[in-house]
Design a protein around this ligand. Structure first.
Ligand code: BG6
Length: 450
């Protein structure tokens, strides 16, 4: 029998671009995931887009009813910046504001705590046209956006996250060119971009503290970490050191982002690697960037096993025949134990796991149901490792499955499904998968049935 705290945040996650649809409804402006997918700049599998996706923008009431049936204690979603500020700054779209206010009210009425992410990758196109995160004004833009949203949702939202995975929107979007805005920037440009994002985070934290007294504020970096070959202290230490290094490439690494935010300093390896090329910071800027946060959130799907053929490359490949999900990610449950341990021991904050989940090729079976035993097994194994961490004294305060619904999976389009709830895209019918009902039972037993 595993023990989770009574007030544990049992949650599931989504992101605006991936579920909302209504891409130009009621005064919404365009984001880079609208514009650059429509104009062909971005190559999304099968030429798909998120124009309609699962139409959450119009169906949210019935979707909250499903969340209630599943017994969720919390729901993590992101705000679409261009839905509330169509041009990114300036004129506010009241319909957009009302949408998020109504959603929060409905969640609260049903006893579900909203966990809000301000930025899950959908930069307004109007700001992208002014250079996006390269523009030194970008921290001001983000502060304005955070101010509008937090004033509108103050009193409704207690848990806030500034950025989702800077590693990924920078690594995939601004270096590798496979996510919007599909660019390849060099190290010099990435220094400015990094600094602007860090300052934007700091500015948003200031605004949130002012507008939402008592709020719990964090950030959600990815937290994939390296796994030890065995549980011996030597191997665990090796894995920890590698997890804290620039592996798997500086922009994608954990410490490039987390050390400045949580420790107020560059990671030691970065000073050695970049020397004078590193983005300069004044003492005041460090203070802004590293204001105290309330928890350490992280998203995590797989750990890296130390037998990757070329360890200098980030590669999902673990070993011949290793178990994987449909997205070709390794199934490594222990990563939730080790990541929670490594990040807690470095940053000394309560841990909130903001994403973890299984992508499959689910379908509706002859009996009209969606049976997904592999996802259940995946979640079960990973959650046991969360319990293991808690038993070892690591304060994990919540866990959020990626994802509540099948949805638009960025460059992969609709080709794999992560949801606890199946969506038949042509009809928009929702079917709670076996894993969704299983998760309901886990929540109802406070994790006792795991
Ligand atoms: C996380 C993101 O990186 O992984 C989610 O925060 C994303 O938005 C999820 O959907 C799954 O990733 P992918 O690449 O399989 O779509």
């Amino acid at each position: 029998m595993t023990t989770f705290p009574k007030d544990f945040l049992w949650s599931a996650s989504t992101a605006a671009t991936q579920i909302e649809g209504g891409w130009n409804a009621d005064g919404k402006g365009e984001s880079i995931w609208d514009t650059l997918v429509h104009d062909g700049t971005g190559k999304i599998a099968h030429g798909e887009n998120s124009d309609t996706s699962i139409d959450f923008y119009h169906r949210w009431r019935e979707d909250v009813a499903l969340m209630k049936q599943m017994g969720l204690k919390a729901y993590r979603f992101s705000i679409s910046w261009s839905r509330v500020l169509p041009e990114g700054i300036g004129k506010v779209n009241e319909a957009g504001i009302r949408f998020y206010q109504d959603l929060c009210d409905e969640l609260l009425k049903n006893g579900i705590q909203p966990l809000v992410t301000l930025y899950h990758w959908d930069l307004p196109t109007a700001l992208y046209r002014q250079g996006g995160w390269k523009n030194p004004a970008s921290p001001d833009w983000f502060a304005e956006y955070a101010d509008v949203v937090s004033r509108a949702l103050a009193g409704r939202v207690r848990y806030w996250l500034t950025f989702n995975e800077p590693q990924m929107f920078c690594g995939l979007g601004l270096v590798a060119g496979v996510h919007a805005p599909f660019e390849h920037n060099d190290d010099v440009a990435m220094m400015d971009i990094t600094k602007h994002i860090l300052l934007a985070h700091g500015r948003a934290v200031q605004v949130l503290r002012k507008n939402c007294p008592g709020a719990k504020v964090g950030m959600a970096p990815t937290g994939d970490c390296c796994l030890p070959k065995d549980d011996s202290p030597e191997e665990v230490e090796k894995a920890r050191q590698k997890s804290l290094s620039e592996y798997p490439g500086y922009i994608m690494s954990n410490t490039w982002w987390a050390d400045p935010v949580f420790l107020g300093q560059y990671p030691a390896w970065a000073k050695e690697k970049f020397g004078d090329l590193l983005y300069p910071m004044t003492a005041e800027e460090w203070t802004l960037v590293s204001q105290p946060l309330d928890f350490y959130a992280y998203n995590c799907y797989q750990g890296t096993v130390d037998i990757v053929p070329d360890p200098s490359k980030y590669d999902a490949y673990a070993y011949q025949g290793s178990p994987q999900t449909a997205a070709a990610w390794n199934i490594t449950p222990k990563v939730l134990y080790y990541a929670s341990k490594f990040w807690f021991e470095r940053y000394h904050l309560p841990i909130l796991i903001t994403e973890n989940g299984y992508s499959g090729l689910d379908c509706v079976m002859l009996d009209g149901k969606v049976h997904d035993p592999q996802r259940i097994d995946f979640l079960h194994r990973y959650l046991r490792e969360v319990a293991h961490a808690i038993a070892d004294g690591i304060p994990v305060i919540g866990y959020s499955v990626w994802s509540l619904f099948d949805n638009f999976e960025w460059a992969a389009g609709y080709s794999c499904r992560y949801g606890l709830i199946y969506v038949d895209y042509p009809t928009q019918q929702r079917i709670v998968k076996d894993s969704g009902w299983w998760y309901r039972d886990v929540i109802a037993s406070d994790g006792g049935c795991l």
